[in-house]
Design a protein around this ligand. Structure first.
Ligand SMILES: C[S@@+](CC[C@H](N)C(=O)[O-])C[C@H]1O[C@@H](n2cnc3c(N)ncnc32)[C@H](O)[C@@H]1O
Length: 295
């Protein structure tokens, strides 16, 4: 039995074919707190069934998925405990370096393999999101790469939903900037601090536990030339007023965690707060938005 490893459970429901996959995906996105991972699969056998599953660390999330299953006509709902193992060690061993524009994100086990012509970001996969493998993180790094090619320079950066701190560190690796990475999850804050120290940028990147911009350090450091926010479409819409208050004309926001079909809705909200679209970066069904503030 491994100690210090979160107990994970997989909750699975077989749902009858009426709801579209998008409806189920939206419903999964709305679960609060969200599952650590989720999946939707068509049975593909003519039965018209969907398998909807989520991996959870906390029982209340399972209850939410059970309600979701019930709302969509499921007659089976199963929760199983996943065998304990050292997930962090397993994930670390399996991770390979990820390239995005001029950046390469890698674990310490790959340090020797990174060439000199890349900007390396060493990230240990712990219990935080942001190893560069997800399309949304890559989208943000590619968006940053594009801003650099356009000659954009940022001195003050905020990373809302910073996870491992990868985006804040990317910004401080290309500009003499200071950055604040805020995450609602205190475990992510600890992980980000470790990564920031390992990359030698602790004097320029501070990591705080905060929901959105609600932290004195974020208030004191505003206005920000650049804000990253790789959280989901719903929370992005909710923090739009805070984002607009934290930026001035000429400021840029890189927003991600947006399913491509949700992008128009996010853009509509941010237009109402003075933002215009500079660029869209679509990857694997996700869209990263680069928005410029023109108040
Ligand atoms: C998809 S991860 C992004 C991590 C990293 N920035 C990246 O791009 O890979 C989203 C992170 O946002 C955090 N989060 C979600 N909602 C938030 C909110 N309202 N305020 C701050 N952090 C939030 C989550 O805890 C999670 O660590």
């Amino acid at each position: 039995m491994t100690t210090g490893v979160p107990v994970l459970r997989r909750a699975t429901a077989a749902i009858h074919g009426r709801p579209a996959a998008e409806t189920l995906r939206d419903a999964l996105d709305e679960l609060d707190p969200a599952p650590l991972a989720s999946d939707i699969n068509d049975h593909d056998d003519g039965s018209g069934l969907w398998d909807v599953s989520g991996i959870f660390g906390e029982a209340p999330d399972e209850v939410a998925l059970a309600l979701l299953a019930d709302a969509h006509g499921s007659d089976s709902f199963v929760v199983e405990r996943i065998e304990d193992r050292d997930w962090v060690a397993q994930v670390r061993a399996e991770l390979t370096p990820v390239e995005a524009g001029r950046f390469v994100v890698f674990g310490s086990h790959d340090r020797e393999r990174i060439g000199p012509n890349r900007i390396g970001l060493e990230i240990e996969a712990a219990q935080a999101f942001g190893t560069g493998h997800h399309a949304t993180t890559r989208g943000c790094l590619l968006a940053l790469d594009t801003l650099l090619r356009r000659g954009f320079v940022a001195r003050r950066v905020a990373d809302i939903g910073g996870g491992t701190g990868v985006l804040a560190m990317a910004a401080t690796s290309v500009w003499p900037a200071v950055a604040i990475a805020g995450d609602i999850d205190p475990v992510a804050t600890v992980t980000a601090r470790e990564n920031v120290a390992a990359n030698g940028v602790a004097s320029r990147v501070s990591c705080v536990t905060a929901a959105g911009f609600r932290h004195p350090r974020l208030h004191a450091a505003a206005p920000f030339d650049l804000v990253f926010a790789n959280i989901l479409a719903g929370p992005l819409k909710r923090i739009a007023p805070q984002m607009a208050a934290a930026q001035e004309t000429g400021g840029v926001a890189i927003l991600s965690g947006i399913l491509s079909r949700q992008a128009a809705g996010v853009v509509a909200v941010y237009r109402g707060w003075g933002y215009r679209v500079i660029e869209r970066v679509p990857i694997d069904g996700w869209t990263t938005l680069v928005l410029g503030m023109h108040r």
